[in-house]
Design a binder for this molecule. Sequence first.
Ligand code: SF4
Ligand code: SF4
Length: 462
Amino acid sequence: MNKDVKNAEENRTNKKEMSRRSFLLGSTALAATAGVLAATAIPGVAKAAELGYKVNYEKGKPGQWSMLKPEADYGGISVNYVNNNKEWLGSTQIVGEIPRLRQYDGGFNRALRNELGPKAKYGILSFDFRRYPLATGTATVQNNLVTLCEGKPAQDKLPIPDPEKMSMNIKDVAYFLNADEVGIGLTPEFAPWETMVTDKPGMIAGKPYEEVCKPNVVSAATHPYTICVSVDKHLETFLGSTGYDGIANSQSNRATMILSGIVTSIAAYIRALGYEAVASHQGKEYVIIPPVAIASGLGEQPRVPQGVAHPRLGFRHMIACVSTNLPLAPDKPIEFGAKDFCRVCKKCAQTCPAQAISYDDDEIVHNGYKRWDFNLDACIHFRAENEEGVCCAQCMKVCPWNSKEDSWFHKAGITIGASGRTSANLLVKIDDMFGYGTEVIPRFKWWLEWPELYKIKIPTNN
Ligand code: SF4
Ligand code: SF4
């Protein structure tokens, strides 16, 4: 080897060794932290420290959201950080004991068991098959990632000396994997389903509850933190859609296709660190999404209680999550005036073809907490049985929060939280004047329609 090349080679090796050594040695503080962790009685952590595993922790600036996105993006809206306790989950008031629910009793599952009639049952069964071929395509990934939701953690836990820094890293990982928003919350006790449906075909075939369900592996005690990830359902597609077309289901499936990859990857990453992690996405959900999303600071519960209104996205987004015992520093729920705004707005109620959404000014008590009344069965009937399209999502389309980030609404909305009813009234009137949310912009209609497939076929032996 030529002498210069050899020298350069040696220099490179030395540099590599130096940086690897300084990386491994880290700071004295790091070594001390590892020592403290090694001295604790947590078996996996002690073993990892003995093996010499170290994590390259550099503390972020206080309050820094992540390295890739130093501040959460609320679209310019001012946000208050509020409580997650026995009385409040963000702006949702808890007034009694909230029971843990059985997945078996969820609306779509009741429909699959034929409790809402054969048209709803076969409408839902054909959501992702035949009625809209692109929905079949976009559902493929989530359906195949169901088996990756759970897994065994690595035997030895890597030490996590700084949960705040770890939280920042988890957010960076989520953004790196294509998340639009991410937050971390303390898991509310009532959010994980009490029991899970594990045999859907058996349930559709009418097998008894005990045969098709089993206890949930996720609870607030075993998985105290929830990492929630949100993906926008695609503004332009909403601008081109009417609700009476084929695309609504594929909008959800597309977001879930991205989300299921993100949350199963984050769960596998956390398990490789040696901690428990279970991913929930539309294909398989271990937790009820709205409460964990609110706990993670992704929004407030709006008039449509299945949604979580984010200040920038409205509820035009899908959310998936990871339940974990990885030591993390949870975020707080946010409050930006959505409840006050919903009290006045009611655009979703006026638009809903099923009249499922309440027009009431005030919330009611439901299952131990306050929310606006909602006729879930009416919504499911319409979504499942709509033969002029597939599914719905019109409430999502008209919501003024579902707006472009630089829209007039968001600019005006900066003051919404602070100014109460009068300004909310005025904003809704202006929004109506512009026809925002109700307009259909033909140049954004890029997808194909297959109206001949939208008719629901009910087998004669049903
Ligand atoms: S999805 Fe459609 S039917 Fe259901 S609440 Fe929204 S607008 Fe109404
Ligand atoms: S449309 Fe209006 S009332 Fe309905 S969720 Fe959105 S802001 Fe609230």
